[in-house]
Design a binder for this molecule. Structure first.
Ligand SMILES: NC(=O)c1ccc[n+]([C@@H]2O[C@H](COP(=O)([O-])OP(=O)(O)OC[C@H]3O[C@@H](n4cnc5c(N)ncnc54)[C@H](O)[C@@H]3O)[C@@H](O)[C@H]2O)c1
Length: 382
């Protein structure tokens, strides 16, 4: 295929801005954003003008144009329908996370893209962040030994309107597929499954609300305890109501070393290792990694993610982050919700059995009853 891969953007909101801005920072010849579609004509006009894109008011017209690929960046409940339409039109598909709200949605997207013979990747930017690749390389080089314990955190300040406005799709069960676990937790499952090269065995999950949001909205805070198959104990703490700028942290402890990582640090990774191949044996070492606190790390990760997908199209190879990896991350989210509802530790086999007998959409039914409502005791400052 001739360079560059021409992309059309479907959904011109916040995430689309990150993707397109990421490519203004660096010279490259493999990928170009050339066209856009949004259901909101004012948004489409503004976005297309700002980024010099060909606007398409009708999705079908965009899909019939001579673009090679699409970036799907719409609310979660629309991922499945739009990915399938794009695949049926013969376009390669990069779709924002989470893959889908349900396991059935994931399967339908996988089948449609396979049947159409197009490349398909979920835009899981955490998989392409240089700081995470650095950690992965240290792990694969044996510098941590066997990892027995992980603590991880994502804290994001989300506009309270997204929670409090019942019309906004964000964090809704129906349109968003749940709250902070679906929206932010999915990054953690994608990243930790990959770092450990392991899969989830079982989960305990505690979900809460700090905001007095309507009943159609999911949790805004969560603590998830995960046992991986090889026994690693993992804590995932998530919040959408913390005031500081968006950040992530992960701590990994192994038999030969420890890594502390914090996305709000200029140099985000610190490693302490006793392995003879460590840069500084028995001392903290801070490698140079391409990084910058939010929003820079979003732009950096989006750049590498989108470039990887374009290269997979150009070189006719499968993306490193496969659709099955993305589906596994959605399984982590749904298992967390099932565990929250049951109020006890639940195994992945329980989710598989549930999915064999039910539509996983049913997991959202009465999920609100499992949410601890904290807001009666909180004085929120907005
Ligand atoms: N990787 C990340 O960290 C990250 C960050 C933000 C958002 N996201 C993801 O990006 C996706 C979009 O989120 P967002 O925050 O940009 O949302 P948003 O609400 O800011 O933007 C969504 C856009 O889609 C448009 N839209 C709605 N229905 C449409 C339809 N039927 N056809 C075409 N356009 C339609 C809306 O008009 C809006 O402009 C979600 O999957 C979200 O999880 C990922």
């Amino acid at each position: 295929m001739a360079h560059p891969i021409n992309f059309g953007i479907i959904g011109c909101g916040d995430a689309a801005i990150f993707h397109i801005t990421a490519f203004k920072r660096k010279v490259q010849e493999k990928l170009e954003f050339v066209a856009a579609h949004d259901i909101n004509s004012r948004t489409l006009k503004r976005f297309s003008r700002a980024h010099k894109l060909q606007p398409y008011m009708k999705l079908q017209d965009l899909l019939e144009s001579d673009i090679d690929a699409v970036l799907v960046s719409v609310p979660h409940y629309l991922h499945e329908e739009i990915v399938m339409k794009a695949a049926n039109a013969g376009k390669h598909v990069l779709c924002e996370k989470p893959m889908a709200r349900t396991l059935e949605g994931c399967d339908a997207m996988i089948q449609a893209t396979q049947a159409a013979g197009v490349k398909f990747m979920i835009a899981e930017n955490h998989r392409f962040l240089p700081a995470h690749q650095c950690i992965k390389d240290f792990i694969d080089d044996g510098l941590l030994g066997d990892i027995f314990l992980i603590r991880s955190y994502e804290g994001a300040y989300c506009d309270p309107k997204q929670f409090l406005n019942p019309e906004s799709w964000h964090f809704c069960y129906k349109e968003g597929g749940g709250g902070v676990v679906a929206d932010q937790g999915v990054h953690k499952f994608s990243t930790i499954n990959w770092l450990l090269n392991d899969s989830v065995d079982s989960i305990t999950c505690w979900i809460g609300k700090a905001y007095d949001s309507p009943n159609n909205k999911g949790e805004d805070n969560a603590i998830i305890l995960v046992k991986y198959r090889r026994g690693t104990m993992v804590e995932i703490t998530l919040s959408s109501t913390t005031l500081h700028p968006l950040t992530n942290k992960i701590e990994l402890h192994g038999t030969k070393g420890t890594i502390f990582e914090d996305h709000s640090w200029e140099k985000p990774v610190q490693i302490y290792s006793n392995h003879p191949n460590a840069e500084e044996v028995g001392k903290f070492f801070t490698p140079d990694v391409e990084h910058g606190p939010f929003p820079q790390y979003y732009l950096i990760s989006a750049f590498y993610e989108d470039m990887h997908f374009a290269e997979c199209i150009l070189e006719d190879r499968e993306p490193d982050f496969t659709p099955l990896h993305a589906k596994d991350a959605v399984s982590g989210v749904l298992l967390s919700y099932l565990a929250a509802k049951e109020g006890k530790r639940i195994h992945m086999e329980d989710l598989i059995n549930f999915a064999n007998e039910n539509d996983t959409e049913l997991i959202f039914q009465n999920l609100d009853d499992a949410i601890q409502k904290n807001y009666t005791e909180l004085k929120l400052d907005f």
